[in-house]
Design a protein around this ligand. Structure first.
Ligand code: ASP
Ligand code: MG
Length: 464
């Protein structure tokens, strides 16, 4: 089970977390993965930045972090208990270490490596306190720092897990305990891990606790019948964005490939990589509501997609997008032009959202993030090849992308036709179409003024 910052923000939410754990205890072996308390990672980053800049404010940030955790400990545990005492000692020791690190930063060159080390303290504190709190309630628990269980490459700040090495380590250090003490709740820190050789702390990127949970479940899959539950402040994944669509409903069952497609188009409920890891290990996931743990309204994500007669599972959109059209009667058909174009964009870190080329081959159209529009215009107009006058460059900054999503879109006749008729009947002009990022969606590019209407009419046509 994964608990994020909003499940761990104060004494009330810690109590709710313990209530949820109680529901499952005795029924299955439990491994808990916890992130830092709400906002603590941001505060630690702020501490790091201010320390680097020798800003005097850095001391008060540590005082603030200290008092948030101290208040939590005081509210959760009886001050005469051993758990209270252990928590206070742990907090004191860790705040001292952070203070020391602050002194070190002033002496050496700042680096993302040190930043990772510093921000790992958020998870250490929240998870250790959770472990002690559970013990104080009679729920036998053990604390595991994740750098002793998860190995990554040395891409600090956004490290990638080494799945095989991690699986071996977990088999050695966690599995024996899970086997011998089925009632013990293991509490593992989320977000951080360690490099393989020199055992330096790395982090998995913001929101990385989701990924920690997926990696641990992956590593246990061959030994136990494993599933991951992500406790969130939403019920699960929805079939459209509630900010745009008048109607939405919960997706009760969806496949990993479809869920990844949803996250590509902006539904960022889970860290994107954890869907890949769970799909690879064939581990089912559930997204459940932290505030309604007993509810049967939740999303299950599995490897296989479930046929329910409806090919289209969701309608999604990217509201703000720019579209570039490169035209040239003579040049575009020449082989190598597209490759030069995409290398130029790739070398300059431009993210391509869609690409479409007409078969007459005298233009290439592609979508980019709105924020990249000026950069792309500059790159093209100053390029030796595309800046010459036999290319015409048009950039439209007022477009949106709408997509219908579902496994089997490509193999189902009539989907594209239905998108065209639906939008056409509602006077929505289609500027370009694309088979999106994969065969799981059919994408239409429209003017931004039509986006909200398009989502709603497509929802009515495909989902209701
Ligand atoms: N605490 C980390 C963050 O805020 C990791 C997480 O929340 O999953 O990014
Ligand atoms: Mg968080």
């Amino acid at each position: 089970m994964k608990f994020g910052g909003s499940c761990l923000q104060d004494a009330r939410s810690y109590t709710q977390t313990a209530e949820i754990i109680r529901i499952y205890i005795g029924k299955s072996r439990l491994v808990i993965v916890a992130s830092a308390m709400k906002d603590i990672t941001d505060k630690l980053i702020d501490f790091y930045v201010k320390t680097c800049n020798e800003d005097l404010g850095c001391e008060s940030i540590l005082n603030n972090i200290n008092s948030i955790h101290r208040k939590l400990i005081e509210q959760l545990m009886n001050f005469e208990s051993i758990e209270y005492e252990k928590s206070i000692i742990f907090l004191k020791k860790n705040i001292e270490e952070l203070t020391q690190l602050g002194h070190v930063i002033k002496l050496i060159r700042p680096s993302i490596e040190i930043q990772d080390l510093i921000i790992s303290y958020g998870e250490k504190l929240s998870t250790f306190i959770l472990t002690q709190y559970l013990n104080s309630l009679g729920i036998k628990s053990k604390y595991f720092p994740s750098n002793e269980l998860i190995l990554t490459d040395d891409n600090f700040g956004n490290a990638l897990p080494l799945l095989n090495d991690t699986e071996a380590l977990i088999n050695e250090d966690l599995v024996p305990l899970l086997k011998s003490e089925p009632d013990l709740t293991s509490c593992i820190t989320g977000f951080f891990a360690s490099t393989k050789e020199d055992k330096k702390i790395t982090t998995l990127g913001r929101g990385g606790t989701d990924l920690t949970a997926a990696i641990i479940a992956y590593s246990l899959r061959n030994i136990f019948d494993t599933r991951v539950i992500y406790w969130k402040d939403v019920k699960g994944l929805l079939d459209a964005d509630p900010k745009i669509s008048k109607k939405t409903s919960l997706l009760k069952q969806i496949s990993y490939i479809e869920a990844k497609e949803l996250s590509f188009f902006g539904t960022k409920v889970l860290h994107p990589l954890c869907l890949d890891v769970s799909e690879k290990g064939n581990v089912p996931s559930e997204i459940r509501s932290f505030n309604e743990p007993d509810s049967d309204e939740f999303t299950t994500i599995t490897k296989e997609s479930v046929e329910d007669g409806n090919v289209i599972k969701a309608i999604t959109s990217i509201y703000k997008l720019s579209m570039v059209t490169l035209e040239s009667d003579t040049m575009i058909p020449l082989s190598g032009t597209a490759s030069k174009l995409f290398s130029l964009l790739g070398d300059n870190n431009v993210n391509l959202v869609f690409i479409s080329q007409s078969s007459s081959e005298n233009n290439i159209t592609f979508g980019i993030d709105f924020e990249d529009s000026k950069k792309v215009s500059f790159l093209l107009r100053n390029s030796d090849l595309f800046g010459k006058n036999w290319f015409r460059i048009k950039i439209n900054n007022d477009i949106s992308l709408v997509a219908v999503i579902g496994a089997g879109v490509l193999h189902t006749p009539g989907i594209a036709g239905k998108v065209f008729t639906t939008l056409g009947n509602n006077n929505i002009n289609i500027l370009a179409i694309a088979q999106g990022s994969s065969e799981l969606n059919f994408t239409a590019i429209i003017e931004r003024k039509d986006c909200v209407k398009a989502i709603n009419v497509l929802y009515d046509a495909f989902i209701i």
